[in-house]
Design a protein around this ligand. Structure first.
Ligand SMILES: [Zn+2]
Ligand SMILES: [Zn+2]
Ligand SMILES: [Zn+2]
Length: 347
């Protein structure tokens, strides 16, 4: 008899039922696309700069040279190739000036002091990580790095979340290619748990848990792709069908020190895995998030990575009330399917 397994995440105290018995084929996850309303004016398209606040950072080419600047209140540049603007409806708002915390209350809070930005990845409305040109993708990564340097150096900022929602079902309210950046005064729970686990593991074993994970996964049944710089695999306790992680082979806690070659290898692993996902299940909605650290003290033991969560299932009563997930696509099968797709694309 085939038996389902309850698996624990490598680091987190989080469990998932891998429903081998009820497991499904990639085709079962293909959904009909919700048609985007093309009539609506896109506030992120070239020419509509006045519909967003002034850019805090933009890249543009002048005489074949890449230049960087910010908009002023009076002047909004139109020939940008990357544009970062404050979110019109920020979850974290830097204008909150009071930063107080009262002790011993059950309704504890601090003010959501921080920054919430939208990073427009291209002037091309339909830019896609499966097909984006390498030069433009380098600009996207450089812009992540520039904002991470700026926001990560602010004294009250404890974490900078860089993430992407793709497709309406994954929470993207705008269809124009964009990522989001939220700099906040706390370290989110998942990151905190990963960092604490990594730290303890390092103290006990004198090695990084992520370095060990990639050493194992790159030769195991969940392996998807690798090049000289990165390993892509489906994590052992994936909570999402077709979830994959992109992890650098070089140990570092942040993306700030990537060389040009490493950026190119990162881009190759992104484009390869996102193309495979796109062709396997008809360009599905997804979310991704960088896991990294803005704290230099974590450098020894924390290892940055990118986690990609295709949005192919719905979390309902069981997941919401228990924090345990059910995944009907075993990661071994997900890896096999994505790997086969990469082989098909290469042909
Ligand atoms: Zn647009
Ligand atoms: Zn490591
Ligand atoms: Zn992580």
């Amino acid at each position: 008899m085939i038996c389902n397994e309850i698996r624990k995440d490598y680091l987190l105290n989080r469990w998932v039922v891998i429903a081998i018995e009820r497991s499904r084929r990639p085709n079962d996850f293909i959904k009909e696309k919700i048609k985007a309303n093309s009539q609506k004016i896109c506030p992120l398209c070239v020419g509509n700069e006045a519909l967003t606040p002034p850019a805090v950072l933009l890249y543009f080419n002048e005489k074949d040279k890449l230049k960087k600047e910010a908009d002023t209140k009076e002047f909004r540049r139109k020939n940008w190739i990357i544009r970062v603007v404050p979110n019109l409806f920020p979850a974290f708002n830097y204008q909150n000036t009071c930063f107080c915390k009262e002790k011993n209350r059950i309704d504890d809070f601090i003010y959501a002091k921080g920054h919430h930005e939208v990073l427009v990845e291209s002037p091309n409305h339909n830019e896609n990580f499966a097909t984006i040109k390498d030069e433009q993708m380098i600009n996207v990564i450089d812009a992540y790095i520039d904002r991470l340097i700026d926001l990560g150096s602010i004294d009250y900022i404890k974490y900078v979340a860089i993430f992407r929602n793709y497709g309406k079902e994954a929470g993207a309210s705008l269809t124009h290619a964009h990522s989001q950046i939220i700099a906040m005064p706390i370290i989110p729970r998942i990151l905190m748990e990963e960092m604490e686990f990594s730290k303890n593991y390092y103290q006990k074993n004198k090695e990084c848990i992520f370095c060990k994970i990639i050493e194992k996964e790159r030769i195991g049944p969940r392996f998807i792709f690798e090049n000289d710089g990165f390993v892509v695999f489906a994590p052992y306790a994936s909570i999402n069908p077709l979830e994959f992680w992109i992890v650098p082979k070089k140990h570092d806690n942040t993306i700030l020190n990537l060389s040009l070659l490493e950026k190119k290898l990162f881009i190759e692993s992104i484009k390869t895995s996102f193309s495979a996902l796109k062709f396997l299940v008809n360009d599905p909605p997804y979310n991704f998030g960088f896991h990294l650290s803005v704290d230099k003290k974590t450098r020894e033991y924390y290892h940055w990575h990118l986690e990609v969560y295709p949005k192919l299932s719905i979390w309902a009563g069981f997941e919401k009330s228990t924090g345990i997930y059910i995944n009907t696509m075993p990661p071994e099968k997900a890896a096999f399917e994505l790997k086969s797709q990469i082989k098909n694309i290469e042909k």
